[in-house]
Write a protein that binds this ligand. Structure first.
Ligand code: PEP
Ligand code: MN
Length: 264
């Protein structure tokens, strides 16, 4: 079902009032790694909206490497995201970790993110397949394109056609960057599948100064959009500050992309 062979036309996935995958459109999702407070999420939401972002990201349930790191505000974070949506109209994107949460996410979230670490959580994928809610499926840390598309297939096969793929960098021998952004995955996905694919330059690079060049590159190779980390004060971020753009840097990057002429 994910293959272009049986579905030659590109799929356009409708997320609330936004469409991802439309010819000539480039959809930018922006926001902090984690929701930290009401003031923080509303400030960032209003700012990224002004710069041209079409959706707000923010982690509420965080898949942290260490059990001693901040795990997210959980349900309180979800509530704050909903509040930011009420204030700005931006649809919300946030990560799900457990199949038990599907019912709540189906009700409250506009685009449900499956993180790299859960790309092969097949119970979660099947459960999301039982809804019609759009799913943002990130590529696993060390997953091949074939494995990634098979994970998408789980959601589609269970009856949910609304899947957006996200390339977020993979593990290689290189340690300079947090992950190696596999730009070749974009044209590969476009050839193999009808599903839209966006790029996460933040988790690929791990460094904020590299986010803009990678974003411009993603646009050039034909991605349908981006998901970018933006924080009101990156130095004080509870999570992923080093790779987060501040509000001004995000605005500058968006202006550059608009100047290139693609409709952002
Ligand atoms: C995130 O988007 O904050 C995140 C944890 O991403 P990934 O699953 O790609 O590591
Ligand atoms: Mn993050």
């Amino acid at each position: 079902k994910a293959s272009r062979k049986f579905h030659p036309d590109p799929s356009v996935i409708k997320v609330d009032n936004v469409e991802i995958g439309k010819e000539g459109e480039f959809t930018v999702i922006a926001g902090p790694c984690s929701v930290e407070s009401e003031a923080q999420i509303i400030d960032v939401a209003q700012s990224v909206k002004k710069s041209g972002a079409k959706m707000l990201r923010g982690g509420a349930f965080k898949p942290r490497t260490s059990p001693y790191s901040f795990q997210g505000l959980e349900l309180e974070g979800l509530k704050l995201l909903k509040e930011a949506k009420e204030k700005t109209g931006l649809p919300i994107v946030t990560e799900i970790m457990s199949p038990k949460m599907v019912e709540i996410f189906d009700k409250d979230v506009d685009l449900i993110q499956v993180g790299a670490r859960n790309m092969q959580n097949f119970d979660l994928l099947k459960e999301l397949g039982n809804t019609k809610k759009p799913v943002l499926l990130k590529r696993g840390l060390s997953s091949t394109i074939e494995e990634w598309l098979m994970s998408a297939e789980y959601i589609l096969a269970s009856g949910n056609p609304n899947v957006v793929l996200c390339e977020r960098g993979i593990r290689t021998f290189e340690t300079y960057t947090r992950n190696t952004l596999d730009l070749s995955a974009i044209p590969a996905i476009k050839r193999l599948s009808h599903l839209p694919v966006i790029v996460d330059p933040s988790h690929s690079a791990g460094m904020s100064w590299m986010v803009e060049p990678l974003s411009l590159a993603a646009m050039t190779v034909g991605a349908d959009g981006l998901i970018v980390e933006v924080h009101n004060c990156p130095e004080k971020a509870w999570c992923d500050g080093a790779q987060s753009l501040d509000k001004k840097q995000f605005e500058n990057m968006m202006n550059k992309m608009k100047a290139i002429g693609v409709h952002v």
